[in-house]
Design a protein around this ligand. Structure first.
Ligand SMILES: CC(=O)N[C@H](C=O)[C@@H](O)[C@H](O)[C@H](O)COP(=O)(O)O
Length: 225
C-alpha cells in the first residue's frame, strides 16, 4: 500500500489519450507518464487496463488507475467489476465515479468500495462533482476525494479554470481525507490557486499530456488574436 503523505503538496499528472487518437496506445502513455515523473510528478493517473499495467512497469511512483467505459453519466470506473480489474492490473489507487448517481451495476458507492477492499489493498479515489458527493464518498469509505467531476454532473457550474469555490467548501468541511484538485487546471498559476484553496495535491491532465488540445489553444491565440 502506498503512503499518501508522499503526495502531500505535490503534482500528479493524468496521462490519457481518447478513443481514436494517435497517442491512444499503452506504451505511448507509459512513456508520457515516465516523462511526467522526470519533470517531478509525484504520481500519475492513467486510464485503461493495459495503460495501468505498462505504466506500473515503467514508473516508480504511485499509479492511480481508472477504466472509462462510455462517456455519459457514470463512466469513470463505473462498476465493481471495472474497479477490481483496475486493481488487478496494478493500480495503487483506483479512481472511480464518486457521485451519488445510479451506477450501471446498481451497487451503491459503499458496496463498490467494500467489494474492492474485500479483494485488494488498493486505495480508492472518489471522483466527485459536489460537496454532497464528497460527504457521501467519505461516509462510503473513500480514501481520497477528487474534484474531477465538478462541472460535469449538473450540480456545479463548469468553471473556466478549477472550481476553487468547491475546493474551499471541501476544505472547510474538514472531511478528514486528502482533497485532490482535478479538472481544468491549465496553468501553474491555477495549480497554485488550487493549493491555496485547500487542495492536498493537484492533478493536471490536458495541459501537460494532451498535445492536440494544447495546440488548439495556441492556434486560437495565433489565428484570432
Ligand atoms: C471529466 C473527465 O472525464 N475527466 C477525466 C478523468 O480522468 C479526464 O478526461 C481529465 O483529463 C482529467 O480529469 C484531468 O483533468 P484535465 O484534463 O482538465 O486537467
Amino acid at each position: 500500500m502506498i503512503n499518501l503523505e508522499s503526495l502531500r503538496g505535490r503534482l500528479i499528472v493524468s496521462c490519457q489519450a481518447y478513443p481514436g487518437e494517435p497517442m491512444r496506445d499503452p506504451h505511448t502513455m507509459s512513456q508520457v507518464a515516465q516523462s511526467a515523473v522526470i519533470g517531478g510528478a509525484a504520481a500519475v493517473r492513467v486510464q485503461g487496463l493495459a495503460d495501468i499495467e505498462q505504466t506500473r512497469e515503467a514508473v516508480e511512483v504511485p499509479v492511480i488507475g481508472l477504466w472509462k467505459d462510455g462517456h455519459d453519466g457514470v463512466f469513470i470506473t463505473p462498476t465493481l467489476r471495472h474497479a477490481l480489474a483496475c486493481a488487478k492490473a496494478g493500480a495503487h489507487v483506483v479512481a472511480l465515479d464518486g457521485t451519488r448517481r445510479h451506477r450501471p451495476d446498481a451497487l451503491t458507492l459503499q458496496q463498490t468500495i467494500d467489494g474492492l477492499r474485500a479483494e485488494s489493498d488498493a486505495l480508492v479515489m472518489a471522483d466527485c462533482g459536489s460537496l454532497d458527493d464528497a460527504l457521501a464518498a467519505v461516509a462510503a469509505g473513500a480514501d481520497l476525494i477528487g474534484t474531477t467531476l465538478a462541472g460535469y454532473t449538473g450540480e456545479r457550474e463548469k468553471t473556466v479554470g478549477p472550481d476553487l469555490e468547491l475546493l474551499e467548501q471541501l476544505s472547510a468541511a474538514d472531511l478528514g481525507r486528502p482533497i485532490i484538485a482535478e479538472g481544468r487546471i491549465s496553468t501553474p498559476d491555477q495549480a497554485r490557486q488550487a493549493m491555496q484553496a485547500g487542495a492536498f495535491a493537484v492533478v493536471v491532465g490536458t495541459a501537460i499530456t494532451h498535445p492536440a488540445s494544447i495546440t488548439g489553444w495556441f492556434v486560437n491565440a495565433v489565428e484570432a488574436p
